[in-house]
Design a protein around this ligand. Structure first.
Ligand code: 5CA
Ligand code: ZN
Length: 478
């Protein structure tokens, strides 16, 4: 790939930086000739693999993975009224098999409630079948009309993790909502991505849900990105799809349900929040390559150095690290640049003098140098990887904190948002006041019932009407 074509834009110019880094770091190719569909490069896809492996590991503790069809018959799709209203403008329809019009139109799933729940109705018989917790990781299709962006707003979401759970009571489903939030929080902690969790206002909940709790991240330009949602579905769908169970007394009850999802927006946030002017910075936990070893073999002793570098690579690989020995015939400078852009957390340089001293120089992608002793390389790696993770987490938290501001006047609300910050205001939760906030700021009410270490859950006077209100996040969202 020709990556000398100019330099990476500064991260300050976030949108240019983002588009450029996807190309230069070989994450996505945006040249696929269908709007809103993009192609994963192998390097990007490997990042996806590690990120989603973490998600799978977390879910597999008490969920089971499954796989449902992509096509949904029209009758099923059209059963739940609110759900249809929410999605009908976004659905792609398959209408023909070859040249023959289909008797029953088929929807490409925009999400899989209406594919999964008719089967749940068949599977669930008694209280002994509950709780049921299944998930799948699939592609979904949404004919998005807002501006499409790679990894952020797709028409084919390639990496849609959706969990669908069924419970005996509303309270048990509610407990599952909390559990899902714990899982998502842990997932994002593993990626060193600070999250804001809040309850979306009623007008912004998932079509067919009792309520929606969303996970947002603050991007470098101060815009928020919804990187996950958890929905309490109550019995909206179980009524429609007749998902009932026999309780202990022998009577038939409607089941209570939840669903929750994460997409490759998680990777958009990962790239955006951690990267810098030189390129990506990947947390060691999900870095495709955790350390690259660059042998410095100017002049003689070429053989010695190469042998030691290979030995070090083998030692680290055996200890379970993802390492790469870069023995390409390139100047060291060119190699540094190459791996910096791709976000490899650690570069290990090994030259004749290092070899004599029994150690290698370790340059952290987060800044600063360290050293790796050749005789205790694996232990040193654990320490340095830990350092890097810690630095990344602190920086991301600092970024998030600095982007949050509590405001108590409408003037200040606008200046805060214009300055690329997310505001915390007090809002009475009346729709009128909510509309007023959104209309006058060109921003969205993200939510109330904040669960965050960054913000206090307080009460105060509504920023519009002066009645009692609760702390509410307001931001410009992607
Ligand atoms: N069935 C529920 C739970 S899986 C559902 O579909 N929820 S959702 O509509 O909120 O989507 C889940 C998550 O997918 C969102 O929180 C968001 O992070 C992500 N997402 C939604 N639409 C897109 C899109 N067009 N491109 C990329 N990610 C998206
Ligand atoms: Zn009010």
């Amino acid at each position: 790939m020709d990556d000398d074509a100019g330099t990476l834009p500064l991260k300050e110019d976030f949108s240019a930086w983002y588009n450029d880094i996807l190309w230069r770091a070989e994450i996505m190719d945006v040249r696929y000739p269908v709007k809103g569909l993009y192609v994963w490069f192998p390097y990007g896809f490997a990042i996806r693999k590690y990120v989603y492996q973490r998600l799978r590991d977390l879910l597999d503790r008490d969920h089971q993975e499954t796989l449902f069809p992509l096509l949904i018959p029209e009758q099923e799709f059209m059963k739940e009224a609110e759900h249809i209203k929410g999605f009908e403008d976004e659905v792609y329809w398959v209408t023909h098999g070859g040249t023959t019009p289909l008797d029953v139109k088929l929807a490409l799933r925009p999400t899989s409630e209406t594919a999964i729940y008719p089967m749940y109705a068949l599977w669930i018989r008694s209280h002994a079948d509950l709780p049921l917790r299944y998930y799948q990781i699939v592609n979904t299709f949404r004919y998005e009309t807002k501006q499409t962006r790679p990894l952020i707003r797709l028409r084919e979401i390639t990496s849609f993790q959706e969990a669908h759970t069924v419970h005996a009571t509303w309270d048990e489903a509610n407990e599952q909502v909390e559990e899902a939030l714990r899982i998502y929080r842990e997932f994002y902690e593993g990626l060193c991505i600070p999250t804001l969790i809040s309850k979306r206002p009623d007008w912004d909940k998932f079509p067919g849900a009792d309520f929606t709790i969303a996970v947002d991240a603050i991007m470098p330009n101060g815009k928020t990105l919804q990187i996950g949602t958890v929905h309490h579905l109550g019995d909206h769908f179980s009524r429609t799809f007749n998902i009932t169970y026999e309780d202990k007394t022998g009577s038939q009850k409607l089941a209570q349900q939840t669903c929750y999802g994460i997409s490759e927006r998680s990777i958009a946030a990962l790239i955006s929040i951690h990267g810098d002017d030189k390129g990506l910075i990947l947390p060691p936990a999900v870095a495709t390559i955790q350390a690259v070893i660059v042998p410095i073999t100017i002049g003689k002793r070429h053989e010695d150095v190469m042998a030691a570098a290979l030995q070090l690579a083998t030692t680290l690989a055996t200890a379970g690290f993802r390492v790469k020995l870069d023995n390409r015939d390139l100047r060291p400078g060119a190699k540094y640049y190459w791996w910096e852009i791709r976000g490899v957390p650690l570069r290990i340089e090994l030259g004749p003098r290092d070899l004599d001293a029994g150690k290698a120089m370790a340059i952290k992608r987060t800044g600063g140098k360290d050293s790796i002793s050749l005789s205790s390389a694996a232990e040193d790696m654990i320490r340095v990887m830990g350092d890097i993770t810690c630095t990344m987490r602190n920086r991301a938290e600092e970024h998030t904190r600095s982007r949050l501001r509590t405001v108590d006047s409408r003037d200040l609300l606008n200046t805060t948002l214009d300055a690329g910050q997310v505001a915390v205001v007090h809002w009475c939760r009346e729709k009128e006041c909510g509309d007023m906030i959104e209309a006058t700021t060109n921003a969205s009410i993200l939510g109330t019932d904040l669960r965050s270490t960054y913000i206090q859950e307080t009460t105060g006077t509504c920023i519009i009407c002066g009645r009692t209100g609760k702390a509410t996040l307001v931001g410009r969202a992607y």
